[in-house]
Design a protein around this ligand. Sequence first.
Ligand SMILES: Nc1ncnc2c1ncn2[C@@H]1O[C@H](COP(=O)(O)OP(=O)(O)OP(=O)(O)O)[C@@H](O)[C@H]1O
Ligand SMILES: [Mg+2]
Length: 484
Amino acid sequence: MFLRHVLLNVKSTVRLSPQTIDRLIHRSLASHAKNSSSQKVSLEDKNSETDGKTVQPIIETKGVRKEREKADFERLSVVERITKKYLPSHINSIVIFAIVGIGYVIYEQVKNDFEIKYTFRFGSCPNFKFPEDQLLERKELLDTLTSIVTPVPDKLVSSYYIVVGDHGTGKTTLIRQAARKAGGGVIYVDVPSNVEKFGASFARAIRFNFKEHLRLSTWIESKMFGSPPDEGKEASWERVLMSFRKYAHHYRKKHGRVPVLIFDNCDSLAKKDQKMLEALQDSAKIAIDDSQWITVFVASIGETPEQMEGRSSITRASSFIQITDLSEEEAMTYLTEKRNLSKDLAHDMYALYGGRLKSLQKAATKIDHGLSFSNIRTANLNDIRRRLEKIRCRATTQEEVFIFNILCGLLHKSELTVDELIHMEEDVSIRQKVLEELCHETILTRTVSSGAYIFHGQSAKVCVEEFYKEKKCFRCKSIKDMLF
Ligand SMILES: Nc1ncnc2c1ncn2[C@@H]1O[C@H](COP(=O)(O)OP(=O)(O)OP(=O)(O)O)[C@@H](O)[C@H]1O
Ligand SMILES: [Mg+2]
């Protein structure tokens, strides 16, 4: 590619156009006139034609030429005059090009360095994305999270953190509030659902520019000869992490505190790129051992904490910090004070959704838009029922018995332990398949503390009570034997 461009450039220089030939004749005649010291030079073959064009004779005295050149010079801009005066014309372009190139590279590096240091100094975290007057204060959880995301002196660094909670319990809102409260030295990274864009997302968080290591030769080559610059190839999260390490060190030396790095919504990593999650967890462990920075992973209950738990680097993590649903009192405050709903309606909503913030928020917004609560309720329960029917449809009779035993069991007990599940179904493959499907369809979830199974949300429990208990379709043989 490079050679092809060089050859093309050389070829275009060598190929002579009619105008170029005219200029050459012109120059040789002028130099002849100079050598013979004659006052006038006339060209004999005035009318000779080259490629159909007439070559005009040049009759110019030395003084006239000087005056013409002076007039030409005065017409130039200041920069052009300086360039013409001090730089021989054939190297002008090369020198200017090199100066601009070097200037550009230095500018990019200084700018990038300043921006990253600025980001570390003042922290980087976007605000939550809903109106502030709808924000419910969750003081206890906020204080806990603020204490873990506030940069501390390196002597106090002991572990990295994993914050977990069900989908929609308010993890992102709380961690962003805490990060903004802590301020300087806190970097928040929102892991995108498309994990290939993680590098770009991480880079945006610290305002890292992938041109940081731009080499002059690479830049000139790409601009002159069109060879592709290396930005795309090297826009990897590893490069950002290397740069993060360098600036974390600088921040620690300058401010005497260890910066904090938050990875929110890590679930997509666990689902789509387990290796990347492992590498990040390992880097979090090394960073703790060397007191370089503190990492905080935020994820939903399920795959992510389970995968992270299975690695040796979990030894440097503190025990899981759990974000729970709202209590009844908090939910009532949110619905009546922040969403201006009546107490009766708030009670009905709590009965259906429990304290799951996302569900309460969605239903309250629909009510704001004029929908009736009974319609919202019916649609929600039908949705859960459809998912349950899908599982039933694919199940064998033995699997179906197990499904109903679980659902019925959870109407009697708040959670089912692994021992109880083994008692219900001894066949491990059936047990695994059914539990996986119920979790995948968000009917069940596992608690982080004990690993027991619970309903994913209050509405799943209401659905089972309404559609299945009434029909008395449970085959509760094994349930009856158990002492609930
Ligand atoms: N403190 C709060 N006050 C009022 N509304 C809140 C609060 N926290 C969360 N919400 C509402 O709940 C919604 C979901 O919150 P958030 O995105 O923080 O949950 P999450 O646990 O991070 O969810 P996911 O697991 O899907 O990432 C928000 O869009 C917001 O409307
Ligand atoms: Mg979130």
